[in-house]
Ligand binder design. Structure first.
Ligand SMILES: Nc1ncnc2c1ncn2[C@@H]1O[C@H](COP(=O)(O)OP(=O)(O)OP(=O)(O)O)[C@@H](O)[C@H]1O
Length: 579
């Protein structure tokens, strides 16, 4: 399961901090050497002074001072090395999180459309968090224990090779246990993770659509589905706990006890032939206790390694998804005009085209109204004009250049869009208006005036500093669109793409929007998807779409004279929003 790419993903962030890593390793080696000196000094005390009853003050004081000094240094080294390793681990996860989030921000639209928000959140937070645990635990615990193990084995070998070999049999046995654990717990850990991501997605969905769930009496059904996922996760977790409880502590403890018995027998045999010192037995029993502890720690931490492996695999699959392609032509846009030549578009994975054979010229400063039945492809065409989706066939030229060759920064300097569902953050009106750019009060006031929002702001006690609820819920649908329009206008765009939210805004909002568009006419290239005829009454040209194709286009007044035309039919359709 752990392959080279996974290792690279995990280890690369650690390598950014080589100097600190080296220093931490030096500290670790010093602390370990001081640590294993403890039993060695005690052995000397027993064999040289205690057993022969040679209790002279001077050498004993020296021994005691040495003992305290080594153990004090060991404690200090452990403390410093823990701090260093923790810093390295936190820096590593910080770098990884930045990398994953940056990648998520650049994924193509269709990936975000197809991935539940909770699932994506789970990748960026939980999965990177599992790697954090790996870094912290691995660096602070596993590395420390591995070093201790090596230190103890060296000290044992220096004292008695035969007894060291008996004690060392614990290591291959532990390796076999770890291997068995990894095989048994891998699929179970993956299942836990899958269920957790599912839970996140479900919670996100339920909270996002709570009002609908409540209105449609679906809360009980959602609760039951969440409960099922919860129970499944409970059992999956229990399964992983059973495996780790059996194989980790219990099995390793048992092996440790057996090896202790073998050591005692080995020591007994040595003493039969003479020469074995009691201090050696003391040192070995102490060291053996210290050997099994690191092994248990390492093995126990292995499930973290396991989980990190699963998280890393999921992160790799996310990072493997190609970023949205973007052009690199940074030449400024001279003329904000579009040319669409036999353009076709198919959604990722869809069986048929959403747009077909769309040919249209949009000169600079023109006001184009897009109309058509629901699902006819109006919003999709707007996405393409905004460069948010790639053209499947044909050509889409902006300023005479294929839009996919233009760098997004160049497009964004001339274009602003007002989507059907504007993204409103739960912060102040001002923050929502600025959305990351800098503008003075006069410019903001102008944008608010142009978007006809002045009255609303003046009505609010805190004006622009009024906080908005989650997703701007305190604003009506029409007001949210006007706010998004003000945000777009603040950027002084040369192209404005507006996707009218709904046919059912009140007449006041309707007239405000119309006034705003009339004010921009001729100055800004506007493509407006309209659900109400009034919105595009002042358009230079109306484009009627049906099933992804343009079936009619022309000056609105003239189209209405043609009683056989599609626009005429839409307009005269009883109950139609355009009517
Ligand atoms: N990911 C997708 N895969 C396949 N088809 C899709 C996908 N996303 C959208 N569609 C389809 O594309 C078609 C055009 O959708 P679009 O939102 O552009 O219509 P619209 O004319 O703007 O509708 P409305 O007036 O309701 O906003 C619809 O039939 C929609 O179901």
């Amino acid at each position: 399961m752990i392959n080279r790419r996974l290792l690279a993903l995990m280890l690369r962030p650690l390598m950014h901090n080589r100097r600190r890593l080296l220093l931490a390793l030096l500290l670790l080696m010093t602390a370990t050497a001081m640590d294993v000196m403890g039993p060695w000094l005690t052995k000397h005390y027993i064999d040289i002074y205690l057993v022969p009853r040679d209790l002279r003050v001077e050498p004993l004081t020296l021994l005691l001072a040495l003992y305290i000094a080594t153990q004090g240094l060991a404690a200090l080294g452990r403390y410093l090395q823990t701090l260093y390793f923790a810093r390295i681990a936190l820096d590593a996860v910080h770098a990884l999180r930045k990398r994953v989030f940056r990648h998520v921000m650049h994924l193509p639209q269709h990936v975000h459309d197809a991935t539940p928000t909770g699932e994506m959140v789970s990748r960026v937070t939980n999965d990177t968090d599992d790697l954090r645990e790996l870094y912290v635990e691995f660096l602070a615990t596993v590395l420390q224990n591995l070093m201790l193990l090596v230190g103890i084995l060296i000290a044992m070998a220096l004292m008695d090779v035969k007894l060291m070999l008996i004690a060392a049999t614990l290591i291959p046995v532990a390796a076999v246990i770890i291997w068995g654990y990894q095989r048994a717990s891998g699929p179970a850990a993956m299942e836990v993770r899958r269920l957790r991501a599912g839970q996140n997605a479900r919670i996100n969905e339920a909270i996002g659509g709570m009002s609908v769930l409540q209105a449609f009496n679906q809360t009980e059904r959602f609760r039951a589905r969440y409960h099922d996922l919860n129970v499944a996760q409970y059992h999956a977790r229990l399964h992983t706990i059973r495996i780790s409880a059996l194989l980790l502590r219990s099995a390793l403890d048992l092996v440790g006890v057996i090896i202790l018995a073998a050591l005692l027998i080995g020591y007994g045999l040595d003493s039969l032939v003479g020469g074995a010192e009691i201090g050696v037995l003391y040192a070995f029993v102490t060291w053996l206790g210290r050997v099994s502890e690191p092994l248990i720690e390492i093995t126990q931490r292995f499930n973290i390694f396991q989980q990190a492996g699963v998280a890393g695999t999921r992160l790799l699959s996310l990072l493997d998804r190609p970023r949205a392609a973007s052009g690199d032509d940074t030449k400024a846009i001279k003329s904000a005009d579009y040319r669409l030549q036999a353009l076709a578009f198919r959604h990722h994975g869809a069986e048929r085209n959403t747009l077909d054979d769309v040919t249209l010229d949009i000169p600079e400063g023109a006001f184009i109204g897009l109309v058509g039945h629901t699902g006819s492809g109006k919003s999709t065409l707007l996405d393409l004009l905004g460069g948010l989706q790639p053209v499947t066939e044909g050509r889409l030229l902006l300023d005479g250049r294929p839009i996919e060759t233009l760098s997004p920064s160049v497009i964004n300097t001339v274009m602003a869009s007002v989507p059907q569902e504007p993204f409103i953050r739960s912060t102040t009106l001002r923050d929502n208006l600025l959305m990351g750019i800098e503008a003075d009060e006069a410019a903001m006031a102008r944008a608010l005036d142009e978007a006809q929002l002045r009255e609303l702001i003046d009505r609010l006690p805190d004006g622009l500093d009024t906080p908005l609820g989650e997703r701007g819920l305190t604003l009506s649908t029409g007001e949210r669109q006007l706010l998004a329009l003000a945000r777009a206008l603040l950027r002084q765009p040369r192209i404005l793409l507006l996707d009218e939210a709904t046919a059912s805004v009140d007449s006041l909002t309707e007239s405000r929007l119309n006034r705003a568009l009339a004010g921009l006419k001729g100055r800004v290239t506007m493509v407006v998807v309209a659900h109400r005829l009034s919105t595009i009454a002042g358009a230079d040209e109306v484009v009627v779409m049906q099933a992804g194709r343009i079936i009619e286009h022309g000056v609105p007044g003239q189209l209405l004279d043609n009683s056989d035309g599609a626009y005429y039919r839409l307009w005269h359709q009883p109950g139609n929003a355009l009517n």
